[in-house]
Design a protein around this ligand. Structure first.
Ligand SMILES: Cc1cc2nc3c(=O)[nH]c(=O)nc-3n(C[C@H](O)[C@H](O)[C@H](O)COP(=O)(O)OP(=O)(O)OC[C@H]3O[C@@H](n4cnc5c(N)ncnc54)[C@H](O)[C@@H]3O)c2cc1C
Length: 431
């Protein structure tokens, strides 16, 4: 039986990027595999299916932008990643990035100091070449519901949306090209067996590997995946999106110039509280063609509706197969308020989950407390925003896994994993 030098678990956005970098850096004698299931079929998203592993990579639209306000470290990961999109597209022929821009909608800068400062900071970031848009409906007539006092900040370069499915496809092509073996299965547990790990698969077989990296997204907190003492401190959270189907003509003519959108306090006319910004209300992706050939405009919520899910595999899988109609109704209300003349052909809800860490940064780390230090790794915790930063997270994880090196100027400590029972691993015990 083959014992791989490296096994990466989770063929999603981060795992596929990491597999690419690991395979590119290996000599012929070394071997690497990437283990993860195919994307779920429609039947596997229905009640009655026994599929247990899902990811946040199974969709056509994720917003790409990198304002520096929310977190400068997160923005740095995004910038490095966005800068490589063109190169990945060119070397695979897979087009996954649409540079249509991204607009942040806020209240009135005239009425709120907090809004004014926020807008000024966004405009000062030259990376995305942002410009103010006011009134918003003057530039985008289909956004007629947004009051004229509100301001949009439109980032027009290095911003837009990616198809996570196609991005994963491209990264897998590159990984395979450099010899990475892709194994389509679900990993149930990873356990130390002396000089290697035994990676038990749902099909009943096992993969053996000397070093293992987990990039399993929301499933990284499954209680039995890792030994008990290594349970990650991170919370799976619900995400509901509403997909509004529009005709191809509407998508191509009426909505053709639509950027991705982050919507903050647009109906407060400047904010209820003059000193603070409201939390994000919603994000909207322009009409995108899905694999069923139809065009959907998608709206998702801000933190308001992020609810924790217990970490058990069945509970997470059940969430993926359910629909939160109350949240769907709220999203529909927001969409109608912003785009009153939009008459969708159909509406449907989609459920997904994200993994939130207490630091709001991904964990990119070697795990302590194993029998063979420096052999078990993790790259997970996208905090609902890692589609735009996945390539750099994967590169940093690959550097740790293969070279034991942190290949970045960013402070490594900020990406350390935390565990349930925080005092188990004092800093001195970490590699
Ligand atoms: C509704 C929604 C909207 C989002 N919008 C944005 C956005 O606008 N912009 C943005 O940048 N980000 C966005 N995100 C977040 C982004 O999609 C995630 O941060 C990103 O996918 C995380 O990458 P990952 O590799 O950690 O996890 P994933 O991409 O979820 O990949 C994990 C992979 O592991 C596999 N897997 C799971 N369990 C196992 C197992 N036991 N064995 C083997 N394989 C396993 C899964 O099938 C999956 O392929 C959004 C997420 C959601 C849910």
């Amino acid at each position: 039986m083959t014992t791989y030098d490296y096994a990466i678990v989770g063929a999603g956005l981060i795992g596929s990027a990491c597999a690419k970098y690991v395979s590119q850096s290996l000599s012929d004698e070394k071997s690497v595999c990437l283990i993860g299931p195919d994307p779920p079929s429609a039947a596997e998203r229905q009640a009655g299916s026994t599929r247990i592993a899902f990811g946040a990579d199974d969709d056509e639209g994720r917003i790409v932008t990198c304002d520096t306000i929310s977190d400068p470290l997160g923005a740095a990961l995004a910038r490095k990643t966005i800068a490589r999109f063109g190169q990945i597209q060119a070397s695979t022929g897979v087009q996954f990035f649409s540079e249509v821009g991204c607009m942040t909608v806020v209240g009135s800068p005239d009425q709120s100091k907090a809004v004014r400062e926020y807008v000024d900071t966004l405009l000062a970031s030259s990376y995305c070449r942002a410009t103010p848009v006011r009134p918003i409906s003057g530039r985008f007539p289909f956004l007629a519901g947004i009051p004229d006092v509100c301001c949009g900040v439109l980032a027009s370069t290095n911003a837009g949306h990616v198809s996570p499915r196609k991005l994963v496809l491209a990264q897998l092509m590159l990984a395979r090209r450099h010899g990475c073996k892709v194994i389509r299965d679900v990993v149930m547990s990873v356990r130390d067996h002396g000089d290697h790990y035994r990676v038990l698969l749902q099909s009943g077989t096992a993969v053996l590997a000397r070093r293992v990296l987990l990039a399993t997204g929301v499933s990284s907190v499954w209680p039995s995946l890792l030994p008990q003492q290594l349970r990650l401190l991170a919370v799976p959270q619900t995400q509901t999106t509403l997909l509004a189907e529009v005709s191809e003509e509407c998508a191509r003519s009426v909505l053709h110039a639509m950027p991705g959108m982050w919507v903050r306090d647009f109906w407060h006319n400047g904010g209820m509280d003059n000193t603070k910004l409201s939390p994000s209300l919603a994000y909207i992706l322009p009409a995108i063609r899905y694999p069923d050939g139809r065009w959907y405009l998608k709206i998702g919520h801000g933190k308001l509706h992020d609810n924790p899910i217990p970490p058990e595999p069945q509970t997470i899988a059940e969430w993926y197969r359910s629909h939160d109609t109350a949240v769907g109704d709220h999203l529909h209300d927001i969409l109608r308020s912003i785009m009153p003349s939009l008459l969708p052909i159909s509406l449907r809800l989609d459920s997904c989950a994200t993994l939130t860490t207490p630091t709001y940064l991904p964990y990119i780390d070697v795990l302590p407390g194993t029998q063979r230090p420096g052999t078990l790794y993790v790259a997970t915790g996208g905090n609902g925003g890692a589609a735009k930063s996945c390539d750099e997270i994967g590169r940093l994880a690959a550097g740790l896994l293969v070279k034991g090196a942190w290949l970045s100027d960013l402070p490594r400590e900020r990406f350390r994993a935390r565990f349930i029972g925080a005092d188990k691993f004092p800093p001195s015990s970490r590699l």
